[in-house]
Design a protein around this ligand. Structure first.
Ligand code: ATP
Ligand code: IP8
Length: 250
């Protein structure tokens, strides 16, 4: 089974709320369809659908003033995004089924505590393609928190032969301006070695948090970050061909 995370940075225009990059999403779905991947799970991020609301309601903080209102609204935003993606998949005869991250996870003080693997395996064995996504989830300590798509990737990593993160950069860069060479082989780069991000970033922590989770995922399965803006990279990596990317090694 291959895990594919379609990142919010490639699916949406993060500078404009609710702005899908329709052509890119359609192409990525076609690349998956044309590839030799037979059994796979798609996980998608929140991009400009999920992050603005999550920030507005402080859903990733310890104290959230309006947890029920925030949960209700941001869950709806994420389900709208997910519906779009499922519709585009149906257009390519890919039988996607929605598995919202908030319904299959429990968090403890902001960290993933439990993820229900079995539901994914059951849907896979039906011949469907589970499509899970970052969501608002239950937290044992904080009441609510944000479940990142990267948490779902981590939770499913022990089932996977390969985990592919599709982003809008060629790989993980060591310098602040993303200008120098990105690192093709993350060993022995540690998440702490990455440049600190100054700008306000995603509620789920941007690239630094992603790399921490990728390092954990790499202990379980082959883990790559590729640029989905570049045509054919997703199809090629799914086929097992070499592409420009960062492979995070354990
Ligand atoms: P989402 O969390 O919404 O699903 P995503 O998974 O696509 O989004 P982001 O959190 O947006 O991922 O992270 C990708 C972005 O991180 C890139 O667009 C890039 O500009 C930025 N970035 C910051 N630091 C680095 C770095 N060291 N190497 C590569 N990209 C970086
Ligand atoms: O974009 C975040 O998921 P991510 C989901 O994968 C929400 O970090 C609701 C912001």
């Amino acid at each position: 089974m291959i895990l594919i995370k379609l990142g919010g940075s490639v699916l949406t225009n993060k500078d404009r709320e609710y702005c899908f990059r329709t052509d890119v999403v359609e192409r990525l779905i076609r690349e998956i369809k044309k590839s030799s991947a037979e059994e796979y799970i798609i996980v998608h991020g929140g991009g400009s659908f999920g992050h603005p609301g999550a920030e507005k309601y402080d859903l990733n903080k310890e104290n959230t003033e309006k947890p029920a209102e925030g949960m209700s609204k941001v869950q709806l935003d994420m389900r709208r995004m997910n519906n779009h993606i499922l519709e585009m998949m149906l257009d390519e005869d890919i039988w996607g089924v929605s598995i919202p991250g908030g319904l299959v996870t429990i968090f403890e003080d902001g960290e993933l505590y439990e993820l229900d693997h079995e539901i994914f395996q059951r849907y896979l064995s039906l011949g469907t393609v589970p499509v899970s996504f970052g969501d608002v989830a239950i937290d044992k300590d904080r009441r609510v928190t944000i479940c990142s798509g990267d948490d779902i990737m981590l939770g499913l990593s022990s089932l996977a032969d390969k985990a592919i993160f599709v982003s809008d950069v060629d790989g993980i860069y060591k310098d602040k301006n993303l200008k120098d060479e990105f690192t093709e082989d993350m060993l022995p780069l540690e998440p702490e070695d990455l440049p600190e991000q100054e700008e306000a970033i995603d509620v789920t922590g941007g690239m630094n948090q992603k790399v921490k989770k990728m390092v954990e995922i790499a202990k379980k399965t082959e883990t790559y970050l590729i640029n989905g803006d570049e045509k054919d990279r997703l199809r090629k990596i799914l086929n097992g061909d070499e592409v420009i990317c960062t492979e995070v090694k354990r």
